[in-house]
Design a protein. Structure first.
Length: 266
């Protein structure tokens, strides 16, 4: 299934190099993983620095020459500390994508980075070694892709996928009571599946998608207007600012000042 969701995360460019000492390479997953794996990433750090992570409902595997970390969903922005200069690889999964590979309750790793010793996932404990036997980013991505394909258990589309799609289509502006009626599941059952597959409650996930949409729209407009909060589904300007502070831990002006407009790729 094609996943229409495009998470809005800092995209590191050459112009961002002086600010964070980071440079990004990325490539999309193959057609067989479409809608499950968003992309493969490689960060080149020129010095010890921070890699910013914005809440988006996704999960990721961060891989260094010394091991792997599985990152759960986050409700608030955070910085991943990169302690040494070098190249760091990553696999970025769509919300709910992990369930196609491993039987894991994602809520158990919410707001956490879990090392490979905590997961009984075939080949995960030495994946980092096989990746760093290659020096080329494309070759590293190919190693990852083959490993993912060998572990893939592509599940049929169900009501959970339908609920995800409805939240994406509404940009997070959908009442949970209305969502459950459209999906045909009880609020409790839908909430349990969102916790298990995304790490977030149904409401938290919808709120995360809404703040992601706000990031995209405010970036594309590059200016605020009196109607901005209404356009983004918020009651008033204070409601928008409150949610921005809740998820991104800063005001919009402070947020954009930190990353600068050329740090992003819409």
């Amino acid at each position: 299934m094609e996943n229409p969701y495009q998470p809005f995360q800092p995209t590191l460019t050459k112009s961002g190099l002086n600010t964070f000492g980071l440079y990004l390479k990325s490539t999309n997953a193959c057609i067989y993983l479409r809608g499950i794996v968003h992309s493969y990433l490689q960060i080149e750090a020129t010095m010890p620095t921070r890699y910013p992570i914005i809440p988006d409902g996704t999960q990721a595997i961060f891989i260094s020459p010394n091991g792997s970390l599985l990152s759960g969903s986050r409700l608030q922005a955070c910085d991943l500390q990169i302690l040494d200069a070098g190249e760091y690889f990553g696999i970025w999964f769509y919300p709910g994508g992990l369930r196609h590979f491993v039987n894991l309750n994602v809520s158990e790793i919410k707001d956490q980075f879990v090392d490979d010793s905590c997961l009984s996932w075939s080949g995960f404990d030495d994946l980092y070694k096989r990746i760093y036997q290659n020096n080329n980013f494309r070759d590293r991505a190919a190693v990852c892709e083959q490993w993912l394909l060998s572990n893939l258990n592509k599940l049929p589309i169900n009501q959970f996928d339908h609920a995800l799609s409805l939240i994406y289509q509404s940009f997070g502006n959908i009442r949970i009571s209305g969502l459950t009626k459209l999906v045909g599941w009880s609020d409790r059952h839908l909430n349990r599946l969102f916790h298990r597959n995304t790490g977030l409650s149904t409401k938290e996930f919808a709120q995360t998608i809404r703040i992601q949409h706000a990031c995209k729209q405010m970036y594309s407009v590059q200016a605020s207007s009196s109607n901005t909060h209404h356009d983004l589904g918020y009651f008033d300007q204070s409601h928008l600012i409150k949610n921005w502070n809740k998820f991104l831990l800063s005001s919009p002006s402070t947020f954009w000042e930190r990353f600068k407009s050329d740090f992003y790729n819409s």
